[in-house]
Design a protein around this ligand. Sequence first.
Ligand SMILES: [Zn+2]
Length: 247
Amino acid sequence: MKAYADRAVVIRTWPLGESDRIVNLFTLSHGKLRAVAKGARGARSRISGLVQPTSELDLLLYQGRELDVIQQASLVQANMARGGVDPAQFGSAIEWLEAIDGLTLDRHPDPVVYDLMNRGLRMMFDEPSPTLLGALLIRLLEREGYAPNLSSCGLCGRTNAAYRAFDFSSSAPRCSGCGGEPIPPGVLDLTFEVLNHRVSGVLATHDPQIGREFEGFATRLVKEVVGRGLRSSAVIASLADNHRSSG
Ligand SMILES: [Zn+2]
């Protein structure tokens, strides 16, 4: 069996048989993959303490026939997998990791997403902001090629309008005459700022209500993209993207 070392964040785990766990990992060099942590369900198992959602680990893995097997693990940082973490913060971290899981392909390494994932987890713990998860989700959508086009109404093409509505199925705003779902004021402005890489101003928004509305909007965008069956179309998009960034 071939062994390899990698660094990874634990997205989630499932029990396997009596004593093992399947671990969904986002690794730095091999992308997203599932591996087995043997003996990870024993209360005294060292590995069960380490293999927790959100924690970042240095791993030694063996290539298995179906699933790779975690042979050694050491902690890089616990992120949210430690005592005293606010359950709401932990919930945001899980939502963030599940969005990464839903929007990325298996075994498709992307160091930019890896870095964004980790920075996001660190900021959720160190400097939480009501707009943080929304901003992270918009950046992730952009990286994966699913950023909404906010420059014109998706139906009539009118530009520079004050858009108050949005069509989620086409990820485009709607001007006042073109229908769509009403969007709380300010949400599209925050989205625009993130897409134009002015994130620090967005994170300085401390209004919890705007934060919730922005997060709800970004979460909905992610769900629409994932639900659209991105996996087939995204193979092509992400191959093209990798080609661009390597060339
Ligand atoms: Zn219009």
